[in-house]
Design a protein around this ligand. Structure first.
Ligand SMILES: Cc1cc2nc3c(=O)[nH]c(=O)nc-3n(C[C@H](O)[C@H](O)[C@H](O)COP(=O)(O)O)c2cc1C
Length: 211
């Protein structure tokens, strides 16, 4: 397979270094809004990286479900591999890549479980099938090759027939409180624009990085 010549000459936009926004969260919201206009379905897909107890990094896709002044929220199983990593080491990274915009955002921060009532509220808003999934899956556990989820699904459906499902305690949200956020805009000839925000107390310092 010859992939040596797979490359694009990026030219869709620039970062205006003369007029920078003070908050990386606000700039993220602006870029995310642009991404949503182009790719409504999966613009919130991002790669979450954690570090395991034996010091190996691990990455997987999650869906961003909230952005607020504190940071970036996703939901998961609190007993999954990623949750075990976060329990031992809350320092994580999130990576968004929006190819249609030739943009990448890299976030480094600390993950913390969100308030129980916020997890409840989000869980209640999920479609019933997704709620069932949260109940049914011991995420990241090894299961038999011939494991049949339909059997467990059918018995759960029968048990909760006509009843609301409450959030399982092993499932909820994490908020990533950012300490560093880098915005990358592809530019021609690989001379990309890179802007990094780093927290200094309550203030964000801005720096331009070489491509
Ligand atoms: C498009 C996409 C979206 C996903 N969204 C989530 C999510 O929001 N939360 C989650 O726990 N897993 C999500 N997953 C599954 C994870 O990538 C991963 O398989 C799972 O969380 C187990 O990871 P772990 O074993 O490292 O904990 C998603 C996968 C894909 C491909």
């Amino acid at each position: 397979m010859d992939i040596k010549n797979l490359r694009l000459n990026y030219k869709k936009s620039t970062i205006d270094f003369e007029n920078l926004i003070d908050s990386p969260i606000q700039l993220f919201i602006n870029w995310f809004s642009d991404a949503l206009k182009i790719n409504k379905k999966e613009a919130n897909a991002c790669v979450l990286s954690t570090v395991s107890l034996d010091n190996f990094p691990s990455s997987r896709v999650v869906l961003l479900k909230d952005i607020n002044v504190n940071g970036f929220t996703f939901f998961s199983n609190y007993q999954s591999s990623k949750a075990k990593d976060i329990d031992a080491n809350p320092n994580v990274a999130l990576n968004f890549y929006w190819p249609e915009l030739e943009r990448q955002v890299r976030i480094t921060g600390t993950a913390k479980k969100i308030a129980i009532n916020d997890s409840d509220t989000y869980f209640e808003s999920r479609p019933r099938d997704s709620q069932m999934g949260a109940w049914l899956s011991d995420q990241s556990k090894v299961i038999n090759l011939d494991y049949n989820f339909m059997d467990t699904l059918n018995s759960l459906q029968a048990k909760f027939k006509d009843k609301a499902l409450t959030r399982p305690l092993h499932w909820g949200g994490y908020c990533i409180f950012p300490v560093k956020v880098e915005f990358w805009q592809g530019r021609p000839s690989r001379l990309h624009d890179r802007l990094v925000y780093e927290i200094d107390g309550k203030k964000w310092n801005k720096k331009r990085l070489a491509p």
